[in-house]
Design a protein around this ligand. Structure first.
Ligand SMILES: [Zn+2]
Length: 377
C-alpha cells in the first residue's frame, strides 16, 4: 500500500548522522555506491524512518510497514508523489542508521541522489573501518586463518583510502571492479577481529599510499603493475616469486577454445582471416605472463594482447595471462595456465598458505609488497 509522506518541520531535533558503534565510528569516512543508475526504487519500511531533504533541511516521516515509490523528478527526487530536492538522506528512527535495502542491512548514512541522466544512485556514507567489515567476508573467506584476514584488511583499507576522492559523487563502487561490499550481511567475529586488530594500518612506500592490488592466485609469481596495466612501476608492485599458493586448487587452469572462437576474436579486431593455422605465445613479461599471442592465418599473421583475449573469453574461464602452453587439437586450442586473476600485489591464496605456516600478517604483506612500511593512517 502506498502512503503519503508526512512532513515534519523543526519539531524534531536533528540527530547525529554518525553511527554509534563504538570505535568503528572513528577515523576517515568513505562513500560507497551501493546502487547505481536505477530508474526507480521501491522503498519498503519495516520501521518508521525519515527522509531528510538535505538542501532544505526538511524532514519527512515514512510510516512503518509501508511501500514508497522513489523516482527521479526534474532535477530532484519524487517520493510517492512528494517532490524533494536531491540528495535525500534516509534516517532510522533510533539514530542507529540501520536501513535494509535489497535484503542487506546497511548501518551507514544512506543518501539517494538523482543523476544528471535522470537515474538514481544510492550511496552509503560510513567509516572506513565499518566499510572493511563489509568488504572482508567477500574478498576472503571468513574461515581462512586470522593472519591472512588481517593482511587482507590492511590491503583493502589501503586500496580504499587511495580511492577517496571528494571531487566525485562517491569514492568506491560495491562490485568486483573495486572491492566487493554488501553491508553487514556476512560480518562475523573473525572479520571484526581482523579489522580491529589492524585498525588504521595502511601500506605506504616512500611516504605515499600504495595502490594495494590483490588477486586470488598468482600461479607462482606475482605480476608487475607495469605489465598488467602499463602503470609506472614502484618496488612494492614489481612482482615477486611465490611458493605459497602451489597447493591451492586455483594454481592451475585449462581451457579449450574452438578455432572459430579465436577467429571471431581476431576478426572483431580487424583481421580478414578465414582460417587459423597456428597460435603461439609471441611475448612474455619478466613474471612469465604472456603479453601477446601470434595467430598464423590464411591471410598472414596477427598479433593481439592476451589481456584482450582474456576479456573477450571471460575472466572467469580464461583465468590468467600466465599461460604455460597452447596446444592444437579437436578443431581448437587447449590453453593451459597458472593462477587466477591479474596477478598484481598480494596473492590471497599465497597469503593463506603463509598464514598456515605460522607467518604473521606484517611479514605476509612485506612479502607481497616488498619495501612497504605498515603505518597508521
Ligand atoms: Zn601466489
Amino acid at each position: 500500500m502506498k502512503r503519503a509522506l508526512i512532513l515534519l518541520t523543526l519539531l524534531f531535533p536533528a540527530h547525529s548522522a554518525r553511527c554509534a558503534d563504538g570505535g568503528a565510528a572513528e577515523g576517515p569516512r568513505i562513500r560507497v555506491a551501493i546502487y547505481r543508475g536505477s530508474p526507480s526504487l521501491k522503498l519498503k519500511t519495516s520501521s518508521r524512518i525519515y527522509a531528510l531533504d538535505v538542501k532544505s533541511g526538511q524532514k519527512y516521516m515514512l510510516l512503518d510497514n509501508a511501500s514508497y515509490e522513489v523516482r527521479p523528478y526534474g532535477g530532484g527526487i519524487s517520493v510517492s508523489g512528494q517532490q524533494l530536492s536531491s540528495p535525500i538522506k534516509l534516517l532510522a528512527q533510533d539514530g542507529q542508521e540501520r536501513i535494509r535495502l535489497g535484503g542487506n542491512l546497511y548501518k551507514g548514512d544512506i543518501l539517494i541522489r538523482a543523476t544528471p541522466d535522470k537515474k538514481l544512485d544510492i550511496i552509503e556514507h560510513l567509516t572506513l573501518e565499518e566499510y572493511l567489515y563489509g568488504v572482508l567476508p567477500y574478498e576472503m573467506s571468513p574461515d581462512w586463518p586470522l593472519e591472512a584476514l588481517k593482511a587482507q584488511a590492511v590491503a583493502s583499507r589501503t586500496y580504499a583510502l587511495k580511492n577517496i576522492n571528494p571531487a566525485r559523487d562517491y569514492d568506491v563502487t560495491n562490485g568486483v571492479e573495486m572491492q566487493v561490499y554488501s553491508g553487514t550481511k556476512k560480518i562475523n567475529s573473525r572479520i571484526i577481529e581482523a579489522v580491529n586488530e589492524t585498525r588504521g594500518e595502511v601500506l605506504k612506500f616512500k611516504g605515499k599510499l600504495v595502490t594495494a592490488f590483490f588477486h586470488a592466485n598468482c600461479g607462482g609469481h606475482t605480476a608487475s603493475v607495469k605489465s598488467a596495466w602499463g602503470e609506472a612501476v614502484i618496488k612494492p608492485l614489481y612482482g615477486v616469486t611465490d611458493p605459497y599458493c602451489k597447493t591451492s586448487s586455483h594454481y592451475r587452469w585449462d581451457l579449450y577454445v574452438p578455432a572459430s572462437g579465436l577467429l571471431k576474436f581476431i576478426q572483431a579486431r580487424g583481421s580478414t582471416a578465414l582460417k587459423l593455422k597456428a597460435v603461439r605465445i609471441a611475448k612474455k613479461d619478466a613474471s612469465g605472463r604472456a603479453v601477446s599471442l601470434k595467430f598464423t592465418t590464411d591471410k598472414g599473421s596477427y598479433t593481439a594482447p592476451v589481456t584482450e583475449l582474456r576479456k573477450a573469453l571471460g575472466n572467469y574461464e580464461f583465468r590468467s595471462t600466465l599461460i604455460t602452453s597452447v596446444t592444437p587439437g579437436n578443431g581448437g586450442y587447449q590453453f593451459e595456465g597458472r593462477g587466477w586473476g591479474h596477478g598484481v600485489g598480494m596473492c590471497q591464496e599465497g597469503a593463506r598458505g603463509m598464514a598456515y605456516k605460522g607467518v604473521k600478517y606484517r611479514k605476509i604483506l612485506r612479502h607481497y609488497y616488498p619495501g612497504v612500511s605498515i603505518t597508521d593512517i
